[in-house]
Design a protein around this ligand. Structure first.
Ligand code: SF4
Length: 188
């Protein structure tokens, strides 16, 4: 008998007729339970959590980049550990090392081969502005990766520690989720 009385009390407390409920009150009650978003934001969330870097290094900074992909730092924890051997399968270019003038056109070709949307990280002083090889009259290097391709995140250092590159990739993820990356989908 006790259980029947409990169930009748419960059924009395639920009002199946929602027409008697103020719609604004109902919306406020449901809002924390339902998250509506745009398709672009959902796609950006997926993109940020499945970054595939290009297997590609230019000089000494690339050793630190290799370390960040290994077990001690483990990029797989944030979905960015699948380094791809083909530009056509990658969506992040980590520019790690000195950019010689001979390598400039090669980098541009690899970047153009990467499918959109795509992002770039400039790792180390050399790729940011020439680093220790920048001096008046030098003719061998390109003084900054952003003279060739659009760069989304800069990671300073000579070389940056693996933790710094890890932080740079986390920063890139934040920017992708917020839709704040430098890559223009519809270039003029
Ligand atoms: S920034 Fe330093 S460590 Fe990195 S490629 Fe240049 S010289 Fe080498």
């Amino acid at each position: 008998m006790a259980s029947q009385s409990e169930s009748s009390t419960t059924s009395q407390s639920v009002d199946p007729d929602l027409s008697s409920v103020d719609p604004e009150v109902l919306v406020e009650q449901v809002r924390p339970l339902v998250h509506l978003d745009t398709l672009e934001n959902l796609l950006n969330h997926a993109r940020a959590n499945s970054l595939w870097p290009l297997t590609f290094g230019l000089a000494c900074c690339a050793i630190e980049m290799m370390a960040v992909g290994a077990s001690r730092f483990d990029l797989d924890r944030i979905g960015a550990g699948v380094f791809r051997p083909s530009a056509r399968q990658a969506d992040v270019m980590i520019l790690a090392g000195t950019i010689s003038r001979k390598m400039g056109p090669v980098i541009k070709t690899l970047w153009d081969q990467m499918p959109s949307p795509k992002w770039a990280i400039a790792m180390g002083g050399c790729t940011i502005d020439g680093g220790p090889f920048k001096y008046p009259g030098q003719y061998a290097i390109i003084e900054g990766a952003d003279r060739i391709i659009p760069v989304d995140v800069y990671v300073p250092g000579c070389p940056p520690r693996p933790e710094a590159l890890f932080a740079g990739i986390l920063k890139l993820k934040e920017k992708i989720k917020a839709g704040e990356t430098g890559y223009r989908r519809n270039p003029a």
